[in-house]
Design a protein around this ligand. Structure first.
Ligand SMILES: [Zn+2]
Length: 278
């Protein structure tokens, strides 16, 4: 199976902490923990989001992820698009990173950064994505930061760029939750839009078995299952966890509980394999 959405480095976004102390600790401890979790959840591959706005020598924020990947078989790096950079030199470097390193996709942090998906500063990234057949993953939906502005993270806004860049595959991370209807409509309407099912609930392992949270969990599952059906495109959904915000195994079981069995092979493996070419 493939987990299309995890974090192995702090995302370094305004108002967002390290996500988990492990991500700031020694690399070998983190790598060992990751290998254990992936094995327990039977995830052979995982895509890890990069770090926003680091040094010019690492324009997509993938350097640390690629180091960790040396110790975690099946771990892949996703670069982060920085909309505050507009100079040609930056994009020259980004192009070199994409061609010279195994970067599997670009991540755009809608909401956390106050730029909509159709902001002119993002367009050069989509052009690069088209040229190099690189999917672009958008954070959509609720955010983990009091400094984020939600309107930028509405999945409906992705429809604009899906139309304008038909040759690029776009992914709505978190299926736009709680704007599941909007996200489902954008997937239904645009053949080049995908959705990942990561981070629909967050919390540690006991939360997934907590009686007091059962109704809340059931509400979320019902809404997500309904939106999944509405989209009528099981070949456009990707399993993802958002680990370390959730434990891999418990989260996998939750998603498995509502994705129809007949689509498991697609959602948990084949769709990601095709989209990210792994
Ligand atoms: Zn995430």
């Amino acid at each position: 199976m493939i987990d299309s959405h995890i974090h192995v480095v702090p995302p370094n976004l305004p108002g967002v902490g390290p996500l988990d102390p492990l991500l700031e600790g020694p690399r070998d401890v983190l790598a060992a923990a990751l290998r254990r979790q992936m094995q327990a959840a039977q995830m052979e591959q995982a895509l890890a989001m990069g770090r926003f706005g680091t040094d010019p020598a690492d324009p997509l924020g993938v350097a640390a992820t690629l180091e960790i990947a040396k110790e975690v078989p099946g771990l892949h790096a996703v670069g982060v698009a920085d909309p505050t950079r507009t100079d040609g030199e930056h994009f020259q470097r980004v192009g070199e990173e994409i061609t010279g390193k195994p970067v599997r996709a670009l991540k755009v942090y809608l909401g956390y950064l106050h730029f909509g998906p159709n902001h002119p500063n993002y367009l050069p990234y989509y052009e690069l994505a088209a040229r190099h057949r690189l999917p672009v993953i958008f954070h959509t939906g609720d955010t983990f930061s009091p400094l984020a502005k939600l309107r930028f993270a509405n999945p409906l806004l992705v429809d604009d760029v899906a139309v304008d860049f038909p040759q690029v595959s776009f992914v709505l991370a978190h299926f736009g939750n709680p704007w599941l209807r909007e996200a489902a409509e954008v997937v239904y309407k645009n053949v080049n839009v995908w959705a990942d099912l990561s981070g629909l609930v967050v919390g540690d392992a006991p939360l997934f078995h907590d009686e007091a949270r059962r109704d809340l969990l059931a509400d979320t599952v019902r809404r997500v299952a309904e939106a999944f059906r509405y989209a009528e495109r099981p070949n456009r959904f990707l399993y993802g966890s958002d680990c370390p915000l959730v434990p891999m195994k418990e989260y996998r079981d939750l998603i498995r509980s509502f994705v129809p069995q007949v689509h498991h092979q697609q959602v948990f493996e084949d769709n990601a394999r095709g989209l990210f070419r792994i």
